[in-house]
Design a protein. Structure first.
Lengths: 310, 303, 441
């Protein structure tokens, strides 16, 4: 049908006419993101109290201070826990749930059931974090919280202090984060599963493939783009997480649940050390960009391999 | 695993043959067996576990403050108390806040999805040179911590006369949310079946026609997801609207809820009632768009 | 979505745009000169506050607005109810913009109003204070929080804010529980510990507090103040002298707190409790006493079933407390003269007496108008502290961000992970760094 030379000649020129479609996006981003980002890096070179206070040039001094700051390192260590709680666990759970809901339950009980269950899993995402904090405090409170009331009722003498014990606070926050995050991968993966051509499943069934084999051989590769998207966005969200920590523990107890975004916020607003806060935010942004770049690179490589496979 | 070549080679015939025989076989196999009930029960239990904090909210939303203080959050209310919610409703002019939130979130959902689609079209299908880098740059929008950009954004908004205007919030969030949209859509479009595009091009369709008549219909579930996400994420945004919107006429629901939390005291039952009320529009939006999500449009059907 | 419904969406978007331009806010009034009389100013007064309408302040200010409207029938008064967080954290950003109010409620202290003053975001009110006589109405430690110097330190310099009310920290107690165990209100620290021992002997934890927010820090400060005098407070709060964090007052206070925790006067799981938890558990009757501030008064009056009262911390001459929040006038305000008149009205007898009646602790009210016995007690307690010049402000005030430091260090003490010396080291280090930042930028 087509000769081997025509595609390469076409491809070199084909993308150029698509450039105009990029224009609105580029303008919007330069104005809303590019300029503030540049300003943020600029602020990080100064000592500044914010508002109309004078700005005093400090070069890379803020960054030097950062490296020596114990709280800063703690916050980044905690980010790893955040990644576990917001990326790894919810993605795995989300994948399984989406497959079960769409593939298994949806076909045996009808799409209505799947939709209702999906809505219940997604509901925590809709709740404002501040309110979620109040409610989870009612559950995790050491004295009157639902969990400890249950435990004392069951005869446990000294139920754990979920949010006050420095060793337990982080896992408790992680639990709340999992609760909040799970719905997001479920919704994305369920939409992704709809993109999959059902003929593929039928063909595989005719070949005698079971549910698990179909999942591995058809579903997972087909929804690979969405898997990367979920992994990347959840990782970015985990690195940026702020509100749940703020409402549950305020970075405590004894600073054990401090995360970079909250630390930056404290510096910007509570301590009025805008330059320092900007430096923390810049480092956080760089870390996020690097991590995202790695994931994007993996995704591009997998896309290239798939296209070559065709 | 190549998919496209299989379908084009076996084409229509493959669709017809299984379709004739599958309903009975699939039906019979799927709608029997006790295993499915076990799975349903497990999924349902998990759903209940996810919902339990909301039940706690419900129990406390209609309690009087005195009842809450005396009996704590775990007890059932002694009477069905709505005065706290009524007071909150009137004091914060809640309908105004609801309207603002709906307008802002709706506008962001619409504009953000549009911006994402157009930009992702260039990246995913147009395969612009250097697109991984372009994508990464766009993604930075979503990676920036908000407190890092708030000062410059506020100054800019003031400079162009958008101080205390919902439009400043809409523009900012359209850009921030689009970062996610562009990423999701371009990831999906990169694996878009090339033959569909080629077929349409052969029929003489220009890029714009292809976007709306070939790409858009297939992408509808994903676009639906974007609309839902953008609406809900913007609905619950607190920090940027807090700084940008300074008068009661323009403020949104999360700001109104925050007014229940003072310097040292808070009104827990009313916060819960207010939160439940504010959940409703977002939930309604989600449920409406669920219908778009479940309308499975597949590559096969389009052919 | 069909083509027609997509067009419908586009139409909806267009009407959205129209609706938004119609209801967007935005300053429309012309700018007025800063020294002009009320006649050149626009006919709108915009007020921002964040007190709830049912509170004493809310009701008093509603009366002030009434009186103002009667005096200036041609002026529109726009009272915007804001959230505490918004004003507290974002004032520094928002006040640089154009949509600023004419008069605003703001927190007092170096870290808050002091910062705004140092950055020129609020106008000096010294002339107005002399003209309207505010400086005579607000004497002693009440005016400390109204004045800030060019570095933003309170106590001296120009007037920048005007308080309407005061607040202080004392001990709320459950009269029914006291009667049940036959205990009297303590008047010395020794009696206080004896009362707590008596409760402990009956298996009741005596003191409700909260380690995740301000209460534990305020309790700690009470114990520090038990050994302190005015010069210590001047050093700690106003930087008039250096503070030795291992000196007598702080060591004795911190050791006492640790002692109280180990004796079980305070629940050992206090680290994660929030102020709300403390209040609710006191109201429920789980703890017979609660060391916290006058701001709880209104809520206890409505929610508490048992009979209750309040006494000042036994044996202390100094108590945590200060003037209430300040009225400030942003530099970019468009109607500053009207704003000053409004402030003067809030200090007038009619408004101050509303505060007095509702337990708002007015700065210039007449205690004889009070009819409610509990309010009278509260006000008398406050007055006695004022007479002794006993207001010592709050422990987290000296440096910005100290609130989180105190919370974290005391959590360590409460959890047993830090001893007294380590806690004081932590507190001292952050204090020194913050002071350096504040003074040397």
């Amino acid at each position: 049908m087509t000769t081997t030379q025509a595609p390469t000649r076409r491809r070199r020129a084909t993308w150029v006419p698509y450039l105009p479609y990029l224009i609105p996006g580029v303008i919007a981003f330069v104005v809303i993101i590019g300029y503030p980002l540049a300003m943020n890096v600029y602020y990080s070179l100064f000592r500044w109290k914010g508002g109309l206070a004078p700005m005093r040039f400090y070069g890379l001094g803020n960054y030097a201070d950062l490296l020596a700051d114990e709280a800063f390192w703690t916050s980044f260590r905690n980010s790893i826990s955040m990644i576990i709680a917001m990326v790894i666990i919810p993605t795995l759970i989300g994948l399984v749930l989406a497959a079960v809901l769409f593939d298994y339950l949806g076909r045996r009980f009808g799409p209505r059931v799947a939709s209702v269950l999906r809505a219940t899993y997604y509901l925590p995402q809709i709740l404002p974090v501040a309110v979620a904090g109040v409610v989870w405090n009612w559950i995790l409170n050491a004295q009157d919280g639902a969990i400890n009331v249950l435990l004392t009722g069951l005869g446990v003498a000294d139920p754990p202090d979920w949010l006050g014990n420095p060793d337990l606070a982080m896992p408790s926050v992680m639990l709340v984060l999992i609760w909040v995050q799970v719905g997001y991968p479920v919704v994305i993966f369920m939409a992704a599963l709809q993109r999959v051509d059902p003929e593929l499943y039928e063909a595989a069934e005719l070949d005698g493939a079971g549910w698990w084999d179909r999942l591995k051989a058809i579903t997972l590769p087909q929804i690979r783009p969405e898997t990367f998207v979920v992994a990347l966005t959840c990782t970015v969200a985990a690195l940026k997480v702020f509100a749940p920590v703020y409402v549950l523990t305020r970075g405590g107890p004894e600073g054990t649940t401090l995360v970079p975004s909250y630390y930056s916020f404290l510096n910007f607003f509570d301590k009025s050390k805008v330059g320092y806060g900007a430096a923390v935010a810049t480092v956080l942004t760089i870390v996020i960009i690097v991590v995202a770049g790695v994931i994007l690179g993996l995704q591009a490589r997998s896309e290239r391999r798939e296209r070559e496979g065709r | 695993m190549s998919t496209a070549t299989d379908s084009t080679v076996t084409g229509p015939t493959a669709v017809r043959r299984p379709a004739a025989s599958s309903p009975n076989r699939v039906d019979a196999r799927l709608h029997r067996g006790a295993g499915r009930w076990v799975v349903l029960a497990l999924a349902g239990l998990f759903g209940l576990a996810m919902l339990s904090p909301f039940l706690l909210m419900l129990v406390n939303a209609f309690k009087s403050a005195a009842d809450y203080s005396q009996n704590g959050p775990l007890s059932l209310p002694t009477e069905f108390y709505t005065q706290g919610l009524v007071n909150f409703w009137n004091r914060t002019d809640f309908p105004m806040k609801l309207l603002n939130s709906v307008l802002i979130s709706g506008a962001v959902a619409l504009l953000g999805t549009l911006l994402s689609l157009v930009t992702a079209y260039a990246i995913g299908i147009g395969r612009i040179k250097g697109r991984v880098w372009i994508l990464a740059v766009f993604l930075v929008a979503n990676m920036l911590p908000q407190e890092a950009i708030i000062y410059p954004l506020f100054t800019m908004a003031n400079a162009v006369g958008l101080s205390n205007s919902q439009w400043s919030v809409i523009i900012i969030f359209t850009v921030i949310q689009s970062a996610f949209g562009i990423y999701l859509l371009s990831s999906v479009l990169t694996t878009f079946p090339v033959e569909l595009l080629e077929a349409a091009a052969l029929d003489g369709a220009g890029r714009f026609r292809i976007l709306w008549s070939v790409v858009y219909p297939i992408l509808r579930p994903t676009l639906g997801v974007l609309m839902v996400f953008f609406f809900i994420w913007t609905w619950n945004e607190f920090f940027i609207p807090l700084v940008m919107l300074t008068s009661n006429a323009t403020q949104t629901v999360p700001i109104a809820l925050a007014s229940l939390q003072g310097d040292r005291l808070m009104d827990a039952p009313t916060i819960n009632a207010g939160a439940l009320v504010s959940l409703l529009p977002a939930l309604v939006f989600f449920l409406i768009f669920q219908r778009t999500l479940t309308r499975g449009v597949t590559a096969g059907a389009v052919k | 979505m069909k083509r027609s419904s997509r067009l419908g969406l586009v139409a909806a978007a267009a009407s959205l745009a129209l609706a938004l331009t119609a209801c967007s806010g935005g300053a429309a009034a012309p700018t007025a000169g800063s020294g002009g009389s009320a006649a050149d100013e626009p006919k709108t007064l915009t007020i921002w506050d964040y007190e709830s309408d049912e509170s004493a302040m809310g009701q008093a200010w509603a009366k002030a607005v009434e009186i103002f409207k009667a005096k200036h029938p041609d002026v529109t008064v726009k009272q915007e109810a804001q959230t505490f967080e918004q004003i507290q954290k974002n004032a520094k950003i928002v006040l640089t913009g154009d949509s600023v109010p004419d008069v605003m409620e703001y927190n007092k202290g170096n870290a808050t109003a002091g910062q705004l003053a140092a950055q020129g975001l609020i106008t000096p009110l010294t002339d107005a204070a002399k003209q309207y006589g505010w400086d005579t109405k607000l004497a002693g430690s009440l005016s400390t929080t109204a004045k800030y110097d060019d570095k933003g330190l309170m106590g001296s310099g120009e007037w920048y804010g005007v308080p309407n009310y005061g607040e202080f920290v004392g001990v709320y107690y459950n009269k029914d529980l006291f009667a049940k165990y036959n205990l009297q209100v303590p008047t010395t620290l020794a009696e206080f510990t004896a009362v707590m021992d008596a409760f402990k002997a009956k298996g009741v934890t005596p003191l409700a507090t909260a380690g995740a927010e301000y209460p534990l820090g305020q309790l700690w400060y009470e114990l520090v103040l038990a050994n302190a005098d005015r010069s210590f407070v001047d050093g700690y709060q106003l930087f008039k002298s250096d503070v030795d964090f291992h000196g007598t007052q702080l060591t004795a206070g911190t050791t006492a707190l640790q002692d109280w925790i180990s004796k079980g006067y305070i629940d050992k799981n206090v680290a994660a409790l929030k102020a709300e938890d403390m209040g609710v558990s006191f109201i429920k009757g789980k703890y017979p006493m609660m060391v916290s501030g006058s701001w709880w008064f209104g809520r206890l009056a409505t929610d508490m079933k048992a009979d209750w009262g309040m006494f000042t911390f036994p044996g202390n001459k100094l108590h945590p407390g200060s003037s209430g929040n300040l009225w400030v006038i942003p530099t970019k305000a468009k109607a500053p003269t009207l704003a000053k008149e409004f402030i003067d009205i809030t200090l007038s007898p009619e408004v101050q007496n509303v505060l007095a009646e509702k337990g708002g602790l007015p700065v210039a009210g007449d205690a004889s108008v009070i009819t409610d016995a509990k309010v009278k007690d509260l006000t008398t307690n406050f007055q006695s502290i004022l007479d002794q010049d006993g207001l010592a402000f709050y422990p987290d005030w000296p440096v910005p961000g100290y609130y989180d430091v105190i919370v974290a260090q005391l959590q360590g003490l409460a959890n047993g992970n830090k001893d007294v010396n380590a806690t004081l080291d932590g507190l001292g280090k952050a204090y020194a760094e913050g002071k350096d930042d504040l003074l040397n930028g």
